[in-house]
Design a protein around this ligand. Structure first.
Ligand code: FAD
Length: 333
C-alpha cells in the first residue's frame, strides 16, 4: 500500500550539523582574556564548527595563542589598531562583514562590558533580536536565561538568523587554553568610520586574581563600617586565601571599595569554588551575582540575615573579631 510522504521535520542532529558559530574573543594588550572563552564552550554545545574572531593591533600573536584553544576550528583576525579600544561603532560593521562572509548561524560574545556594548548594535544593524546573558543551551534555537535578578528562569526560542547571543561567563566552562590547532586566517576589514573618539580610561590595577573568573572570592559589605576597616580586614583575608576581592553595592556606594569590585545584579557575576563574605546581609540583588558559587561561607552578627539561607557554612559573630582570627589561622596553617 502506498502512503503519501510529506516533508519530514529536520532532526536535531541534522540541524546541529548545519550550525556554525562565530565566537568573539576578547584580548587586552596582547593577552587573550580567558573568561571570553566561555563563548567557545557555548558554541560547542550548539554543535557544528566554532570559529573565533579577534581584532586590534599586533593581533596575529594573540590569534596564534588563541589557535591553541581547544574546540576552535579557525581563528579570524583583523589587524588594525582602530579596534584596540573595542568601540562598538567600528567593531559592529567589521563584525557584520565577517559574519556575512562566514555565513554563521550563531554569533556569541561574553556578557561582559565589551559584549554588552557591542552585541545590541550588531543585532540592530542585522535587524534581529539579541538573546542576552544565556546560562544554558537546549537546542540550536532555544536558550535559557535568568530574569528578575535570577529569580525566574526563562526559556526562549529565537527564529532569527543569525542568532546574536551573549553568554554568561560563569555558566559555561572557559575551556582549555592548550590542545587545539585551529587555522589562522585574516578577516575582512571594512575600515568603517568611527564617530566616537576614545579619550581615556582609568583602570583599577591589581595583582590579585580577576574577580569574574577567580577560584576564590572574599567579599565585604556595609557591615565593615568604613573604607579604612574594609582595607584593614578584607585584603589580608583575601591574600591568605589567594582570593579576589568583591564587595556589595552598599559597600561600593559608601566608598569602601572600588566600583569594579561590586558583585551582584548591577555588578559582576561570580561562581568561584569558595565565596566568603563578611558583613553582607544577602539581598536578592547581591545573591543574583554569587549564588552559583560552589561553597558559600558567610560571617554576620545577625543569625537571621538572609545570607545564611544560601550559605553552606555560616559563622554568627562580630566580623571585627572573626575576620582577623580567621586570617591569622589561615596564615599559620
Ligand atoms: P546591608 O544590607 O546593610 O547589610 C549589612 C550586614 O552586615 C547586615 O546583615 C548586618 O547584620 C551585618 N553586620 C553589621 N555589622 C556587623 C559586624 N560587626 N559583624 C558581622 N556582621 C555585621 N547590591 C549588591 O550587592 N549588588 C548589586 O549588584 C546590587 N544591585 C542592585 C540593583 C538594584 C536595582 C537595587 C534596587 C539594589 C541593588 N543592590 C545591589 C542593593 C541591595 O538591595 C542591598 O542594598 C545591598 O546588597 C546591601 O549591601 P550589604 O549587604 O553590604 O548591606
Amino acid at each position: 500500500c502506498l502512503r503519501p510522504v510529506g516533508p519530514r521535520p529536520l532532526s536535531q542532529a541534522y540541524l546541529r550539523r548545519l550550525a556554525s558559530t562565530l565566537a568573539i574573543l576578547e584580548q587586552r594588550e596582547g593577552k587573550l582574556n580567558m573568561s571570553s572563552l566561555a563563548s567557545v564552550s557555548a558554541g560547542q554545545k550548539i554543535g557544528g564548527p566554532v570559529h573565533g574572531i579577534l581584532a586590534g593591533s599586533n593581533i596575529k600573536t594573540v590569534a596564534d595563542e588563541a589557535a591553541k584553544v581547544e574546540g576552535l576550528e579557525k581563528i579570524i583576525f583583523v589587524e588594525n589598531g582602530d579596534y584596540d579600544k573595542g568601540l562598538p561603532e567600528n567593531w559592529a560593521p567589521m563584525l557584520i562583514e565577517n559574519i556575512k562572509k562566514g555565513g554563521y548561524t550563531h554569533v556569541l560574545a561574553g556578557h561582559s562590558a565589551f559584549g554588552k556594548n557591542l552585541m545590541p548594535r550588531v543585532a540592530a544593524l542585522m535587524d534581529v533580536q539579541q538573546v542576552s546573558d544565556i546560562t544554558d543551551i537546549q537546542s540550536e534555537d532555544t536558550f535559557v536565561r535568568p530574569i528578575y535578578a535570577g529569580n525566574a528562569i526563562l526559556t526562549v526560542q529565537s527564529e532569527d538568523s543569525p542568532k546574536i547571543v551573549t553568554v554568561r561567563g560563569t555558566a559555561f566552562p572557559s575551556g582549555a587554553a592548550e590542545g587545539g590547532s585551529a587555522s589562522v586566517e585574516e578577516g575582512v576589514d571594512p575600515k568603517a568610520p568611527c564617530p566616537t573618539t576614545w579619550v581615556s580610561e582609568d583602570l583599577a590595577k591589581s595583582d590579585r586574581p580577576e574577580l569574574a573568573s577567580a577560584e576564590r572570592v572574599v567579599s565585604g559589605g556595609r557591615g565593615l563600617k568604613s573604607k579604612e576597616e574594609f582595607e584593614r580586614l578584607i585584603p589580608p583575608l583575601a591574600d591568605a586565601l589567594g582570593a579576589a576581592i568583591g564587595a556589595s553595592r552598599a559597600a561600593v556606594d559608601s566608598g569602601f571599595a572600588d566600583n569594579s569590585l561590586q558583585v551582584g545584579q548591577t555588578g559582576k557575576n561570580v561562581a568561584p569554588q569558595l565565596y566568603l563574605c563578611a558583613g553582607i546581609s544577602g539581598a536578592i540583588q547581591h545573591l543574583a551575582g554569587m549564588k552559583d558559587s560552589k561553597v558559600i561561607a558567610a560571617i554576620n552578627k545577625d543569625a537571621d540575615a538572609p545570607i545564611f539561607q544560601v550559605a553552606d557554612v555560616g559563622l554568627v559573630g562580630d566580623l571585627f573579631e572573626k575576620v582577623p582570627e580567621m586570617t591569622e589561622k589561615l596564615k599559620s596553617s
